[in-house]
Write a protein that binds this ligand. Structure first.
Ligand code: PHE
Length: 458
C-alpha cells in the first residue's frame, strides 16, 4: 500500500512513485529504449546526419515537450489510466475513445516491439557464442524467435507484476544508471578506431541540403515514438505522481536524458560504421547487421558486442514495461481486475498479436508478404499503423483535449500545485503552443504521412 503525499484522492491503493527521482528514472526508462539506441542512429544515418539531429531536437521541444506536460498533467489530475483520465474530466463522452486508442496502441506496439527486444536479447548470446548466422537466417527461425519473444515478455511481466513502486520504479532505479556507463564504454572504443573521425564529421557537421520534406515527418514521428508520447503511457505514469511533484522540471529532465542518450548512441554507432567503411544509411539493419560485422572484426569486439546488446536489452525492457503498464492500469482502474491477473491477461493478448509479427520475417510466407498490401509484412503494417500513425494522431488528440476541452487554465492550475511559478507567462506560452501549434503541425504532417497531400496534388 502506498503512503505518498497524495491529496485530493483516497485511492492510494493503485500506487504512487516513491520520489521525484524515481519517477524521472521510470519515465526516462519508458522513453529511452530501442527508439533511442536502435532507431535514432539509423533514421539519422538515412536522413543525412547532423542536420537531422537538429531537426529532431526542434521537434522534441516544440511539439513533444508541450504534449508531454499535457499527458502528465491529465494523469496526475485524474489518478487514472488514459480511459479513466478522460472520463474523470468529461464523463462518458466519445472522448473516451481517445483513451481506448491509447490502451490498444500500447498492446499493439508492445506486440511487435517485444520481437525486436527479443532479438537484442538473443544477440547477447549470439555475440558471446561467436555464432555466425546472418541476421536473415537469425530472424527467420520461427522457434528461436518465439522463444526469445517469450523470454522477453516474461521479464516484462516480472517487473510489472511488482507494481508501481516495487516493480517499475525499483527496476528503473537499478537499470537506468547502468545505461550511460555502458554507452560511454562503447563510445570510447568506437572513437579510438582508425578512420572514426569521418563518422564524427558526418554526425556533427550539419548539411541542410540533405533534409527533405520526408525528414520532417520522420523527425516528428521519432519525437513521439522516442518519448513514449501519444498513447497515454505518460498519462499513466503521471497518474502515479503526487501533487507536490514538479511536472515541468521532471518532464524536462526526462526529455533531456533521452536526447543525451540518443546523441551518445550516435557517437557509439557512426564512428565505428565509418571506420569500417560502411554506409550510415543501412536502415533498420544498422545495429543488427553492420555493428556485429564490426564487432567480429575488431580486437575485443566480442566484449563490446556483448555490452552493446546488453545495453539495448536493458533499455528495451524499461520501455516494454511502460507499454504493458498502460493496459494493465486500465484493467485495474476501470474493470477492478487485480494487478497480477491484469498483467497475465494483457501479456497473453500481446503474445497472441505478437505471433504473426514473429512469423513475418520469412518463417511464414503469408505474414512475410501480406496479400493485397504490396508485399508488406505483418510487422511492417503494425509498425506503420501504430508506430507511425496512431502515436501522432493520439498526441494531436491529447493536445486538443487538454487545450480545448479540459481547458488550459484548469490544466495549468493542476501543474501549478507542484510549481507555483508556472502560472503566468509560462502557462500562457504552453497554452498557445498546445492550442494552435501542436494540432496544426501534427495535422499537416499526418496528412503527408498518410499520403492525403499527395492525393490532392500538393
Ligand atoms: N519510447 C520507447 C523507445 O524509444 C518506445 C515506446 C513508445 C514506449 C511508446 C512506450 C510508448 O523505445
Amino acid at each position: 500500500m502506498a503512503t505518498g503525499t497524495q491529496t485530493g484522492t483516497t485511492d492510494t491503493a493503485r500506487g504512487t512513485w516513491g520520489s521525484q527521482m524515481g519517477f524521472i528514472l521510470a519515465a526516462a526508462g519508458s522513453a529511452v529504449g530501442l527508439g533511442h539506441i536502435w532507431r535514432f542512429p539509423y533514421v539519422t544515418g538515412a536522413n543525412g546526419g547532423a542536420a537531422f539531429v537538429l531537426l529532431y531536437i526542434g521537434a522534441v521541444f516544440l511539439i513533444g515537450v508541450p504534449i508531454l506536460f499535457a499527458e502528465l498533467t491529465l494523469g496526475r489530475h485524474s489518478n487514472r489510466n488514459p480511459v479513466g483520465a478522460i472520463k474523470a474530466i468529461v464523463g462518458n463522452s466519445s472522448w473516451k475513445y481517445l483513451g481506448y486508442l491509447g490502451v490498444a496502441t500500447g498492446v499493439f506496439i508492445l506486440s511487435y516491439y517485444t520481437l525486436i527486444a527479443g532479438w537484442t536479447f538473443g544477440y547477447i548470446f549470439k555475440t558471446l557464442l561467436r555464432d555466425a548466422t546472418t541476421f536473415d537466417q537469425f530472424t527467420n527461425q520461427g522457434l528461436l524467435n518465439a522463444g526469445l519473444y517469450m523470454a522477453f515478455i516474461l521479464m516484462t511481466v516480472g517487473v510489472v507484476y511488482g507494481g508501481v513502486r516495487g516493480g517499475i520504479e525499483r527496476w528503473s532505479k537499478i537499470l537506468m544508471p547502468i545505461l550511460p556507463v555502458l554507452l560511454l564504454f562503447i563510445i570510447i572504443y568506437s572513437l579510438t578506431l582508425p578512420g572514426s573521425m569521418a563518422g564524427v564529421q558526418f554526425y556533427l557537421r550539419p548539411d541542410f541540403s540533405s533534409l527533405t520534406g520526408q525528414s520532417v515527418l520522420v523527425a516528428l514521428g521519432q519525437a513521439f515514438f522516442a518519448n513514449s508520447l501519444g498513447m497515454g503511457a505518460m498519462v499513466t505514469y503521471g497518474s502515479y505522481l503526487s501533487k507536490d511533484q514538479n511536472i515541468i522540471t521532471s518532464g524536462l529532465g526526462v526529455v533531456s536524458f533521452g536526447i543525451l542518450i540518443s546523441f551518445l548512441a550516435g557517437f557509439a554507432v557512426f564512428p565505428a560504421v565509418f571506420a569500417m567503411g560502411q554506409s550510415p544509411a543501412e536502415g533498420a539493419a544498422l545495429v543488427f547487421v553492420v555493428l556485429p560485422e564490426i564487432f567480429n572484426m575488431m580486437p575485443g569486439g566480442i566484449l563490446v558486442g556483448f555490452i552493446f546488446f546488453l545495453l539495448l536489452s536493458i533499455a528495451a525492457l524499461t520501455s516494454t514495461v511502460s507499454l504493458l503498464e498502460v493496459p494493465v492500469a486500465f484493467l485495474i482502474d476501470e474493470k477492478a481486475v487485480r494487478r497480477k491477473v491484469a498483467v497475465w491477461l494483457m501479456a497473453g493478448v500481446t503474445v497472441l498479436f505478437g505471433i504473426p509479427s514473429a512469423l513475418s520475417f520469412g518463417a511464414v510466407d503469408f505474414f512475410t508478404e501480406l496479400p493485397l498490401l504490396a508485399g508488406l509484412s505483418f510487422f511492417d503494417v503494425m509498425d506503420y499503423i501504430f508506430g507511425n500513425v496512431a502515436l501522432p494522431l493520439g498526441g494531436m488528440m491529447f493536445a486538443i483535449f487538454v487545450a480545448w476541452r479540459w481547458g488550459i487554465l484548469n490544466a495549468a492550475n493542476e501543474i501549478a500545485l507542484g510549481n507555483r511559478k508556472f502560472l503566468g507567462v509560462q502557462s500562457a506560452a504552453w497554452g498557445f503552443v498546445l492550442r494552435y501549434v501542436c494540432p496544426v503541425v501534427i495535422f499537416v504532417v499526418m496528412l503527408n504521412t498518410t499520403g492525403v497531400l499527395g492525393l490532392i496534388g500538393l
